[in-house]
Design a protein around this ligand. Structure first.
Ligand SMILES: [Zn+2]
Length: 362
């Protein structure tokens, strides 16, 4: 059962958004106790935190407990979130979401993404024996589309903008005549509540890897806020439970030219033009924008927009240091340099940067 974050009404587990249009969350929230504190079997991956997840593990590819390393090129720590079965942190959400689908008896999932989320959902669905239909832009990179096709998923190509792809996916869902027993279930990385419970394990893992201490600040790329909001949720819970002293300041990094969160709040902007190198976070209308703003305010962090040149430079430097990440996530380390120059991050502060996607399959 879910609760709407906008109007507070209760919705069935087959719903993907509220009848008011608002995004949903699981009604039942996890609670800590000595019995539920994870024993931290790292071999269990992120499912070491199963007691803090609202779904039982049904589909896992061994994801999670990504390395936390000292950065070779800056005075920060990197959490290597590209070291997942399908090459990005989206597997955190996919393992939780597809496990939830199995729990609900769903046999057909739909998603709209030409990138990491599409790959993750299609792969986990295939492994679980579910049919998957992935809506992608007609001009999506062929390598990414082929990676999705190899899972056996059905690809539906849509002409027009990225928003047109989401609209087409939603139009199919709107044709469902029986909301109690839908024939297609929206495994969306932007909407599905289970996806965000999965990405909350980023915070659990990070704090556990640091002997149950939080850093001063965490920097992540920011498109729909899939990782950013999950991380905030995880840190907020750990703080409420008294397992960490306070929530780290969260910095969400967007691409110049497509930075709706930065624009709305007057965040930091470094450079100009449209940053096409960071194509994976070019989201004009994040569906959980209000939640993102709340998380930025509550953590004391800020939104930042990074231009193409800074992204490309950070990307090249990471690759020279053996960090084979995709260009989009280079915005996060690039933002550290900008935030330090601006005095937003102090030199001695303990900062963790998420490197979120692999460079393969481009
Ligand atoms: Zn509502």
């Amino acid at each position: 059962m879910y609760t709407c974050v906008v109007c507070g009404s209760t919705q069935p587990a087959t719903a993907w958004r509220c009848s008011c249009g608002g995004p949903l969350e699981f009604t039942q929230q996890p609670a800590p106790s000595i019995e539920t504190t994870p024993s931290l079997d790292h071999n269990a991956g992120l499912w070491a935190f199963e007691n803090w997840l609202p779904v039982d593990c049904a589909v896992t590819l061994g994801e999670g407990f990504t390395p936390l390393v000292d950065a070779p090129d800056r005075d920060v720590s990197y959490k290597l979130e590209w070291l997942f079965p399908t090459g990005s942190f989206k597997d955190r959400g996919a393992t939780a979401t597809i496990s939830h689908a199995v729990e609900l008896g769903v046999d057909h999932v739909v998603e709209d993404s030409s990138g990491n989320a599409g790959k993750a959902i299609a792969t986990y669905a295939a492994y679980a024996g579910l049919d998957a239909e992935i809506f992608v832009p007609a001009d999506a990179k062929p390598g990414k589309v082929r990676a999705i096709e190899r899972t056996g998923a059905t690809i539906t190509k849509i002409e027009g903008s990225r928003q047109a792809v989401t609209d087409a996916c939603m139009a199919q869902l709107a044709e469902e005549t029986d909301p109690e027993t839908p024939t297609a279930w929206y495994a969306s990385h932007a909407w599905n509540p289970a996806f965000f419970e999965g990405t909350a394990t980023f915070a659990y893992e990070l704090v556990a890897q640091r002997d149950w201490t939080a850093p001063d600040a965490v920097v992540t790329p920011l498109g729909h806020g899939t990782l950013f909001l999950g991380a905030y949720r995880g840190f907020a819970r750990l703080s409420n439970w008294g397992l960490i002293d306070s929530i780290p300041r969260l910095y969400g990094v967007q691409a110049t030219g497509v930075a709706p969160i930065v624009d709305a709040r007057g965040g930091w902007i470094a450079g100009d033009g449209t940053n096409t190198v960071a194509d994976g976070i070019q989201i004009t209308e994040p569906v959980r924008a209000d939640q993102i703003q709340t998380a930025l305010d509550a953590s004391g962090g800020e939104a930042v927009a990074i231009d193409e040149q800074r992204t490309q430079e950070a990307y090249d430097r990471l690759h020279r240091n053996g960090l084979f990440i995709e260009p989009t996530c280079a915005v996060a380390p690039a933002a550290v340099d900008v935030l330090r120059e601006a005095g937003e991050l102090d030199a001695g502060e303990d900062v963790v940067v998420a490197l979120t996607g692999t460079d393969s399959n481009r």
